[in-house]
Design a protein around this ligand. Structure first.
Ligand code: ZN
Length: 960
């Protein structure tokens, strides 16, 4: 008989928050929600995966029967065969403590959290039975460990010895130990979830006992030792121990645990956050993010404002300045410099568990502050990183979630992840999508008649049991592909005329404030347009409701090209809340003519929509995404990132294009660049970008004049650009009638639609005989005399491979054209940030790597023309190797490969009876009566394939 308490069905709620979520079973995600796929795939794993496999590493450590169960594997695998139940005073030595799985137990902790979350959402008694079975197994292990008398306190519970903790107290590095308190956190968090979400009193008791063991270890250490421990890279990583101890202090009503939570405070990080000093560069993102959740709980329980200020200060250093389009952060798990997104793109960006924690921080900060920007991040991250991180396949054994979800060109997500950190957090991510859709004001329960407030944060089909108001709220939504949402208020016992306040988040991607109407679905129903004030980024709809009334919310989405903060030409393509990724075989950055298709509302014109105007363009994009799953821009296919596809993708593309143009108006004028690589198009669309057609014409006049003075345009080209700008369909109303160009003296008095400026083009509108308004450009005569700089081009003697990489070293040729005819061109080249050198003849690039080649030509008048080109070269094949481990009469083969330049794309192999397949994970071959030849080879991202290697497995009889 299992002791049972009334479950709270929500966990980790801050008592001082202004808002709180609903219990998980009160919100049901609709089957037509995009989140339903990942949720159902993960619920399947929760139901079929055996608890004995999760308990196996614990039982082995405690000397209990593992019941023949295999450990999950990878990081969550059995320890050394000679492992003893090593106590706190033992150090087994590296040879006896395999670093590869010193984190074991953490994945089981996450699995227990997942089962508890899944139970709380689904109310499936089979899931609760699994929680109970799991907790009982952990209790048995805890008792068995205590019975040995080898540990410092009977509350100790782990799947390895206590020595990792004592070695940490002597500052052992990662490699000797692996984040022992991180694993303790995951186990304790799983137990707390089992108590709070599934009512397991035994789970609470085990966690309390563990809490006493943690207190016993840490309260005997001095402050300086703790501080130094928590700053150790990975070794001192403790997940959210401060969060768990703070929560436990409430659950157990034990003030000591709050004191222990504070022993985990990392003083220098808190101080930096409070002072808004940026110390994050090169710090391990996911080591420190969970601490922030703990600080919010410490703020909640102590009222000390510095904890909250620290988190707010650190948040602002991460979002948006260190955040990629999908909400991920970091490269190779570390943060880059502040305000650096494009500059931090590497091969392993965006560890998924970091986003798992950022979402937790965001929803707490929102509940505390009601600041809508935290929900804007939440929407971005949960859809584009978290949902995308679940591969669209079913599995009985693997969570099929991503570790890194990289953002470099032509990359793939790192799916699978049994037993890794992101495998663990990934278990939880997909069974709690309903937890942030709706919030309610904290006072709503106590005073049910007045000020009942529903906060609608996220838009996806879902049903809320709002029983405090005797209401059922059904949300239908076309998001994330469209912008139409309907909320139907209903309920058998609903009291007609009850006043409810619905607060509807205004998405930051909406082109304008959403429009609202209320429809009555009773007989003789009417539709009434309503207005509502916007408060804190939410529309406030306060009115008496009748059962069956439907609030209709229309948000206009647009296809947008969103620049990175540190490289405005590097852009992600987004539609509504969805990030769209490009599908291409290239592994170098795609160059697309994006500015040439841009409209004033920030939207980008999709292919085949030249005659589609304004809001209809968004409907055409939505229709294409629904019917084909994709939209095409400049000939490239873009799909939502969140589908769980494991195809290659590009999250960012470069806005460039060979010719100057505007939406619906081409010029044939080449894009020329300044010394810093910027062009006239960059200048025209510089933020803050023009928002009205008059702004646009002003900006074109100013920037085209500057480009003309800088020699980027000839006089004839200037005229072409001005004429095209006047006719461009930038406002989505169709092409405008042609503009005229009038030469004028610079100091002539002209009345224009914009300020006059010396040697600057201005414009005015006049009506022709039929009343059609025409733009007249007034071009100062002095501009006609400005020089035109030489035209410069950088060419290669060959085309790159389909990957975009050159697999042979290309020869660089520079051609310069003396456009003004003054003669005497001086042509120079530069590689990377190197010195300018005279260019005399074509030359080969120095070798492998990603090179930026710049060239310039100066004529005798001093006018300078520039060109720049990024050229990626990888001529070398990757190198792979096979590692063979003997397992009795069979062998386990692991294939690894390295490629220092473009990176490893894949390793393939075949043996007797198998085909040339991509290596996924270590495989086992039984030895046979004959020798077996295994062939394998790696391919890099550039497309270089190494010669096939051979591994010969001996015949069974030959093995001694
Ligand atoms: Zn991770």
């Amino acid at each position: 008989m299992t002791a049972r308490e009334t479950t709270m069905s929500a966990s980790g709620i801050l008592s001082s928050a202004q808002l709180r979520p609903f219990p998980l079973d009160r919100v049901q995600i609709g089957d037509d929600s995009v989140f339903a796929r990942a949720k159902n795939q993960m619920l399947h794993l929760a139901r079929v995966y055996p608890v004995d496999r999760l308990l196996a590493v614990f039982r082995a450590n405690a000397g209990l029967d593992t019941r023949g169960a295999l450990a999950p594997g990878n990081w969550e695998d059995f320890g050394h065969p000679r492992e003893q139940a090593w106590g706190e005073h033992d150090y087994p030595g590296r040879e006896n403590a395999q670093t590869a799985n010193l984190l074991r137990g953490h994945y089981a902790g996450h699995f227990l959290s997942m089962l508890s979350l899944a139970y709380a959402g689904e109310r499936d008694e089979a899931l609760r039975a699994k929680v109970d079975e799991f907790v009982a197994g952990l209790g048995e292990v805890q008792r068995a460990l205590a019975a040995t008398g080898r540990y410092s306190h009977p509350g100790f519970l782990a799947a390895y010895g206590e020595w990792q903790f004592s070695r940490l107290e002597h500052f052992a590095p990662y490699g000797e130990i692996w984040a022992p308190y991180y694993t303790t956190h995951k186990i304790m968090a799983g137990l707390l979830d089992a108590y709070e979400l599934a009512g397991s009193v035994e789970a609470r008791d085990i966690a309390v006992s563990m809490g006493h063991w943690v207190a016993h270890r840490l309260t005997r250490l001095d402050h300086e030792r703790n501080q130094r421990m928590w700053s150790l890279y990975i070794a001192g990583e403790y997940g959210g121990m401060n969060e768990t101890m703070a929560r436990l202090s409430v659950v157990a009503d034990e003030p000591l645990f709050l004191e222990v939570a504070r022993l985990f405070d990392q003083d220098d990080l808190i101080a930096a956050g409070v002072d808004r000093r940026d110390v994050l560069t090169d710090m391990h993102a996911n080591q420190h993010l969970p601490q922030l959740i703990g600080y919010l709980h410490e703020y909640d329980l102590t009222g000390e404002r510095r904890y909250l200020d620290a988190v707010l200060g650190l948040w602002d250093q991460i979002v948006p300045g260190r955040t990629f389009a999908h909400g991920g952060t970091g490269e190779s798990e570390l943060w880059g410099p502040p305000g650096t997104v494009a500059g931090d793109i590497g091969h392993r960006n965006a560890e998924t568990c970091a986003t798992y924690n950022l979402l937790k921080i965001a929803r707490h900060l929102f509940a505390l502050t009601r600041d809508a920007r935290f929900m804007a991040y939440y929407e971005r991250g949960v859809l584009n990183h978290i949902l995308a991180s679940r591969r669209d396949v079913d599995s009985d054994t693997s969570p099929e979630v991503a570790y890194m979800f990289p953002v470099n060109p032509g990359t793939v997500a790192e799916y699978d992840n049994i037993g890794t950190c992101c495998g663990g957090t990934g278990l939880e991510n997909h069974v709690k999508y309903q937890d942030t859709i709706f919030f309610t004001s904290v006072h709503a329960d106590a005073d049910a008649d007045a000020d009942a407030e529903l906060w609608v944060n996220l838009f996806t089909p879902a049903t809320l049991d709002w029983r405090e108001q005797r209401a059922t709220v059904r949300m239908q939504s076309t998001q994330p592909l469209g912008g139409l949402t309907e909320l139907r208020v209903d309920g058998d016992d609903f009291i007609d005329g009850a006043t409810l306040t619905l607060r509807i988040r205004v998405p930051d991607w909406a082109v304008e404030t959403p429009t609202l109407s209320v429809r009555s679905e009773t007989a003789g129903g009417t539709t009434e347009t309503i207005t509502a004030p916007v408060d804190d980024g939410y529309l406030v709809v306060r009115r008496p409701w009748s059962a069956g009334e439907v609030l209709r919310i229309e948000s206009r989405a647009a296809l947008r090209a969103v620049p990175t903060p540190d490289d405005p030409a590097l852009q992600s393509i987004e539609f509504g809340p969805s990030v769209l990724v490009a599908r291409s075989d290239a592994t170098t950055t795609l160059d697309l003519a994006l500015a040439q298709r841009r409209r004033l509302d920030g939207s980008v014109r999709a292919d085949g929509s030249s005659s589609i105007r304004g809001a209809d363009a968004a409907e055409a994009v939505e229709a294409a995404l629904r019917s084909e799953g994709a939209v095409h821009i400049a000939g490239v296919r873009f799909e939502p990132v969140w589908t769980g596809s494991d195809e290659r993708y590009h999250m960012y593309v470069r806005a460039s294009g060979a010719e100057i143009g505007f939406v619906g108006a081409e010029t044939g004028v080449p894009v020329r660049v300044r010394h810093d690589g910027t062009s006239l198009l960059d200048d025209i669309w510089r933020e803050p970008a023009p928002v009205t057609r008059a702004d646009f014409l002003d900006r074109v006049g100013q920037t085209a004049s500057a480009a003309r003075r800088d020699g980027l345009l000839s006089h004839g080209e200037l005229v072409e650009v001005l004429r095209a700008a006047a006719t461009a369909d930038v406002d989505g109303l169709g092409r405008h009638p042609g503009g005229t160009v009038i030469e004028t003296d610079a100091d002539a008095e002209v009345e224009t639609g914009s300020a006059t400026a010396t040697q600057a083009v201005t414009w005015r509108e006049s009506a022709d005989a039929e009343g059609i308004r025409l733009v007249e450009w007034l071009v100062p005569r002095a501009l006609a005399d400005a020089p035109i700089a030489p035209s410069v081009a950088i060419t290669t003697g060959m085309l790159p491979a389909p990957s975009g990489w050159f697999t042979e070293v290309p020869t660089i040729a520079v051609t310069a054209d003396d456009l003004s005819g003054v003669g005497g061109l001086n042509v120079e080249v530069s590689l990377g940030d190197g010195e300018w050198m005279p260019y005399t003849a074509p030359f080969p690039l120095p070798g492998d790597g990603e090179h930026r080649v710049r060239a310039r030509a100066t004529d005798t008048s001093g006018a300078v023309g520039h060109a720049a080109r990024d050229i990626a070269v990888d001529t070398g094949a990757p190198v792979s190797k096979a590692t063979v481990r003997r397992l009795g009469s069979s062998v386990e083969i692991t294939l690894t490969a390295t490629d220092e330049v473009s990176g490893v794309e894949r390793i393939q192999w075949e043996g007797p009876g198998t085909f040339w397949a991509t290596f996924q994970e270590a495989f086992v071959r039984a030895l046979s009566d004959d020798e077996q030849v295994i062939e394998f080879a790696a391919t890099d991202r550039a497309g270089n394939e190494e010669p096939r290697q051979r591994l010969i497995l001996p015949a069974r009889g030959d093995v001694s």
